[in-house]
Write a protein that binds this ligand. Structure first.
Ligand code: URA
Length: 209
């Protein structure tokens, strides 16, 4: 069963409050999502492997640690996931970026992939799939299916706000994928929005209706 980590760091919670606030405009919303992306990346990378190297400080030779060169990729689910990419890249600037685009089939109402572009070495790479909202879980489950179909073996999922039903759907479909969230909200409403949520993340990020 994939673990669920709720990041209750005060800075993340503070910024999330203003992300949720309907009076927060597009510019500030975008900046805050970016900042929370950075803070979440800091937490999510805690288990990155280190290796020891030898360097010369101005004083003497020292054995110190550096990241052991693990290959990482961030994969936003289009379009709202794009809002979290730059924030993560601030901390992990060498990460590659893949993209997954999904549309909803008008008959089955299920998400179907229309665009998938991933970096090379899929099998050895660690992927962080990002999307601000985990609502029904349909898109996240399908995006991760798309990655696994292409050979991905090591995947994490990161979002701002999740609904319990979305977390359950993910855990059932992808028990090997840990989920990192800033808040676990109450439920979905009849229109599929997370309650209390933050509204439509894509529209708020890009200023569309
Ligand atoms: N997608 C959103 O952007 N917001 C929700 O509340 C649910 C899904």
């Amino acid at each position: 069963m994939g673990k669920v980590y709720v990041f209750d760091h005060p800075l993340i919670q503070h910024k999330l409050t203003y992300i949720r606030d309907k009076n927060t405009g597009t510019k500030e919303f975008r900046e805050l999502v970016d900042e929370v992306g950075t803070l979440m990346a800091f937490e999510i990378t805690r288990d990155m492997p280190l290796e020891e190297i030898e360097i010369e400080t101005p004083i003497q030779t020292a054995k110190t640690k550096v990241l052991s060169g693990k290959k990482l990729a961030i994969v936003p689910i289009l379009r709202a996931g794009l809002g979290m990419v730059e924030g993560v890249l601030k901390l992990i600037p060498a990460a590659k970026v893949g993209h997954v685009g999904l549309y909803r089939d008008p008959e089955t109402l299920k998400p179907v992939e229309y665009y998938v572009k991933l970096p090379a070495d899929v099998e050895e790479r660690e992927f962080i799939v990002v999307d601000p909202m985990l609502a029904t879980g349909g898109s996240a489950v399908e995006a991760i299916n798309a990655l696994k179909k292409r050979g991905a073996k090591n995947i994490k999922f990161m979002c701002l706000v999740a609904a319990p039903v979305g977390v359950e759907a993910m855990q059932e479909a992808h028990p090997d994928v840990d989920i990192f969230i800033a808040a676990l909200d109450e439920k979905l409403n009849d229109h599929g929005y997370i309650v209390p949520g933050l509204g439509d993340a894509g529209d708020r990020l890009f200023g569309t209706k």
